[in-house]
Design a protein around this ligand. Sequence first.
Ligand code: ZN
Length: 124
Amino acid sequence: MSDTLVSSDWTRGGDRIVFQHCQSCGHVFYFQRSFCPACGGAEPRQSVSGGLGTVHAHTLVQRAPSDEFRAITPYAIVLVDLAEGFRVMAHGDPSLRIGDAVIGRIETLAGRPLPYFNKVPDVC
Ligand SMILES: [Zn+2]
């Protein structure tokens, strides 16, 4: 397991989204585990996502769970299917729609680092 890669994950203070993939069956997954949730294979590898994906679902939050998030309402929560084959829940531009091509980066929202997705600009 690469400690350097893991520490670059946004949940550990980094500025990347780190995912794992199984060396036995190829399964790709997001939540960090010491084994593959599909086949039980040991020592899955870590990789850094390029941040490109597609909006799978989208909702606008009007009633926030805390004072910190209440200050930024309304805000969008999105489920994004990343190009590498896993899905994340994140914040996103409120104008996003299902099917939009997006790119994510780590931004500070409500005083904490969180993944945030914006629409990929159309290329003419
Ligand atoms: Zn596996």
